[in-house]
Design a protein around this ligand. Structure first.
Ligand code: PLP
Length: 401
């Protein structure tokens, strides 16, 4: 029967987050008793550090449980400004910072504040699953620019320029990237910056993984490469990944005053403010010791080595070595066209289904990130799961005819 009430057109344009969907399916199968190896998770397998949890508890006990200022409590915005100054030398006032209900919501506020019908925003693929949909929810058009495995998913500026039109309003960059773990080279960032200055684009730089990197030396950042971009750049970060705080829902954005003020207007009419309790916990994270991401990174490193070796041993599979984050994004397309029980594996969705149904491995199909030849494994899981999972994965591929 047709439902009585019609939905708004915008809902039909977007899809539910595929990563959250795979994770939900894996959890449901596990709850039903299946021996699932879950590689779909997009969050650290660590507990929030003790001092951060204690700050959250203290906030409750102290009765810090009311509405806060729309952009977040001043002491948190001050601490974030100090963090940016210490880490990069960037001078933001607390008024130039908005705290939101997670990094994802910061992106949502930005898109609502900046983009509308007729606007195009450049999104580099493989992209984080939410970028295109958040842009579409603002009525604007995501324009997908392909990055290639051959270039380690670095940006090729001669490819990018083919997608630029007089409607291009901005670009989203994510370095280290989810799902590839790749970082942009200084040259690529310089080239993006040059175009942005020339065409007055807004640059949205999603730095959520910037504390989890496997390369020596400082990560190139577009604002460090070209400080002149400060008046047209929005810096997105948060505590979800760096302090294992995904459930607390705290992200933050720094940028030009008029854009942050517009984002605050949107926030005031939607969520009012992020949770008061979570803000106190985030304050402890941002202003306290900064060694926690390193502790996680040291746990991730041997897992990454193991996975890369295991993948390299599988015929036909290739994988760019990630420079950061906690994902590998192998190319499995050599196995497309092969069959299992007469059923052909046509792409990453079929492969993810096959792995989950036949081998109880949950991984996210590359098509969710705009790259169908790949599949994403998160290594924010135990070494036991990784060893077992890589064995099953090799077996699964070997069995295809
Ligand atoms: C996890 C993630 C975010 C932010 O997540 P929140 O939980 O909303 O803070 C932003 N960008 C990327 C690429 C991510 O993977």
């Amino acid at each position: 029967m047709e439902p009585k009430i019609n939905l708004a057109a915008r809902v039909k344009q977007i899809k539910p987050s595929p990563t959250l969907a795979v994770n939900a399916k894996a959890k449901a199968l596990k709850a039903a008793g299946a021996d699932i190896l879950n590689f779909s998770v997009g969050e650290p397998d660590f507990d929030t550090p003790d001092h951060v949890r204690a700050a959250g508890k203290a906030a409750i006990d102290d009765g810090f449980t009311r509405y806060t200022a729309v952009p977040g409590i001043p002491e948190l915005r001050e601490a974030i400004a100090r963090r940016f100054a210490e880490d990069h030398g960037w001078q933001y006032t607390p008024e130039q910072i908005q705290v939101s209900c997670g990094g994802k919501h910061g992106l949502y506020n930005m898109a609502q504040a900046l983009f509308g019908p007729g606007d195009e925003v450049l999104v580099l693929a493989p992209y984080w699953v939410s970028y295109p949909d958040i842009i579409q929810l603002a009525g604007a058009t995501p324009v997908i620019v392909p990055l290639t495995e051959e270039k380690d998913f670095d940006l090729e500026i001669e490819v990018l320029v083919k997608y630029v039109t007089d409607k291009t309003r901005g670009i989203i960059i994510n370095s280290p990237s989810n799902p590839t773990g790749s970082v942009f080279s200084r040259e690529a960032l310089e080239a993006i910056g040059k175009l942005a200055l020339e065409h007055n684009w807004v640059i949205i730089t999603d730095d959520i993984y910037d504390t989890i990197t496997y390369n020596d030396g400082k990560l190139p950042h577009i604002l460090d490469v070209n400080p002149a971009l400060i008046d047209q750049t929005l810096v997105l970060n948060g505590v979800s990944k760096s302090f294992a705080m995904t459930g607390w829902r705290i992200g933050y954005t720094a940028g030009p005053q008029h854009i942050i003020s517009a984002m605050n207007k949107i926030q005031s009419q939607s969520t009012s403010n992020p949770s008061s309790i979570a803000q106190k916990a985030a304050l402890a994270a941002v202003s306290g010791p900064q060694d926690f991401p390193t502790v996680m990174k040291e746990a991730f490193e041997p897992r990454l080595d193991y996975i890369l070796n295991a993948l390299a041993a599988i015929e036909g599979v290739t994988c760019v070595k990630p420079s950061g984050a906690f994902y590998v994004f192998p190319n499995i397309s050599a196995y497309y066209g092969r069959t299992f029980n007469g059923k052909k594996i046509e792409g990453s969705l079929d492969m993810a289904d096959y792995l989950l149904n036949e081998y109880k491995i949950a991984a996210v199909p590359g098509v969710a990130f705009g790259a169908d030849r790949f599949i994403r494994f998160s290594f924010a899981t135990s070494m036991d799961v990784i060893e077992d999972g890589m064995k099953r994965f090799a077996e699964a591929l070997g069995r295809l005819e």
